[in-house]
Design a protein around this ligand. Structure first.
Ligand code: GUN
Ligand code: ZN
Length: 428
């Protein structure tokens, strides 16, 4: 049994606007209690719990904010050393930097070292759940799952499927991908807190035969997720439609192979046609916004408001290493700026909801992660709004919790993540 004492902030549901104080719980002198399995058993004012749990170990964070860990709904495990690669847009960036770097994951020692580094970086930035692409080598996700299991961390991941339009070192024949993926699903899907995602990279690197493999894997393992990329870059869209001339738009390719459902994560989803947004709504598939990546690769501006109004589900993610930061603060800050360019001011309740309970709902995991409630894992982070001299200075003028969250989002980074707990166990 453990008690976490501090200011508790967590969403109950999606906020309607910045004034929607009923969408969250906020306890100034609150406490969260978790059992020995790291599951939350009670949340209340500390004064109401201190006697009942007087023998429990106490982690006292004073006036710091205790909130649910962030969920990163799209990133690439083999791209930590690709971040900050200069001067290209998507297709050239893949060929010049990304594919060569991913080929290094043929080596087990490299996978082992990188998996520890990758999860350390996510955890120290307050990310307690990750949805990740591996490289084409199944050993890459094998090592990543092992590292997540050691941490009792929720990880959704898959070896990337690709069989054309890239160097041979990162390609795999479709039949081999089928048998390798099947084996890794058997070993890791729903084992500890790990789940498998069928991961065709994108249509450009998939032959129709490989898309059929993805379809078979999903039909045979329909509790798995599907993750891929969609409509990120104009040149990508043109090349894609040339490769699948029978399909009327980009999304129709994934639709043709029955890959669209409420467990399908479509990273970027920027340059969508009307038919595509309608089909995304019909299939309940999810548009994953990756703001730091979209700006870094000059891909385009995500149409958040339009997608929300049309009823398309959206998630938010770092997309490391096209994305430039493991920090969800940096990611939400860029999301805010992207929407400013779209003449829409995304409010801080919306962004914090997005990166916690919103992403959890997109993954169908809202009864395990994303909020502080009974029965969920104690995946908790502690936020220090005064972690730099500028933040301390700015906080002198702060009046509300909403304003404080916006200050954290605009000025914060990993220094503002004071502590991280995964299933109640301290990771930072
Ligand atoms: N499209 C296909 N592969 C990738 C990738 O690794 N990163 C990004 N940003 N887009 C992609
Ligand atoms: Zn990506």
């Amino acid at each position: 049994m453990k008690i976490f004492k501090g200011r508790i902030f967590s969403f109950l549901r999606k906020p309607e606007d910045i004034n929607d104080t009923g969408s969250y719980i906020y306890l100034e002198k609150g406490a969260v209690v978790c059992d020995s399995n790291g599951v939350i058993i009670e949340i209340n004012d500390y004064s109401k719990l201190s006697q009942k749990y007087k023998n429990a170990e106490t982690e006292d964070f004073g006036s710091k904010i205790i909130c649910p860990g962030f969920i990163d709904s799209h990133n690439h495990f083999p791209q930590t050393q690709v971040i900050a690669s200069y001067g290209t847009k998507l297709l050239e960036w893949l060929n010049k930097y990304t594919f060569p770097n991913e080929s290094l994951f043929a080596d087990d020692k490299h996978c082992e070292r990188e998996s520890k580094m990758f999860l350390d970086l996510l955890n120290s930035n307050g990310v307690t759940t990750s949805v990740s692409f591996g490289s084409v080598h199944t050993s890459s996700v094998e090592y990543l799952f092992r590292e997540a299991q050691k941490r009792n961390m929720c990880l959704i991941a898959g070896n990337v499927l690709m069989d054309r339009n890239a160097p041979n070192t990162v390609l795999e024949k479709a039949d081999k991908s089928y048998s390798n993926s099947k084996e890794i699903i058997g070993r890791w899907h729903n084992v500890s807190r790990c789940k498998y995602a069928i991961t065709p990279r994108f249509a450009i690197t998939s032959t129709p035969e490989l898309m059929e493999v993805a379809q078979s894997l999903y039909t045979e393992n329909n509790s798995c997720y599907v993750q891929t990329h969609l409509s990120e870059n104009i040149d990508e869209i043109k090349a894609t439609l040339k490769l699948f001339p029978e399909c009327k738009d980009y999304l129709s390719i994934y639709d043709k192979y029955k890959l669209l459902s409420n467990k399908t994560l479509l990273a970027h989803s920027i340059h969508l046609e009307k038919n595509e947004t309608e089909r995304m709504k019909e299939t309940n598939s999810i548009a994953v916004h990756c703001p730091t990546s979209n700006l870094f690769l000059g891909s385009g501006l995500f149409r958040y408001k339009e997608l929300e109004e049309k009823g398309v589900r959206t998630a938010v993610a770092t997309d490391v290493g096209g994305g430039t930061s493991f920090s969800m603060f940096r990611t939400l800050d860029e999301a805010y700026k992207v929407q400013q360019l779209e003449n829409y001011s995304l409010n801080p309740l919306a962004t914090y909801f997005w990166s916690t309970l919103g992403n959890a709902e997109c993954l169908g995991l809202q009864n395990q992660i994303g909020s502080i409630k009974m029965g969920n894992y104690a995946d908790l982070i502690v936020l220090n709004s005064k972690s730099t001299s500028l933040m301390r200075h700015r906080m002198e003028k702060c009046k509300t919790i909403e304003e404080e969250l916006f200050i954290l989002q605009t000025l914060g980074d990993d220094r503002a993540i004071e502590a991280v707990f995964i299933a109640g166990k301290k990771m930072k």
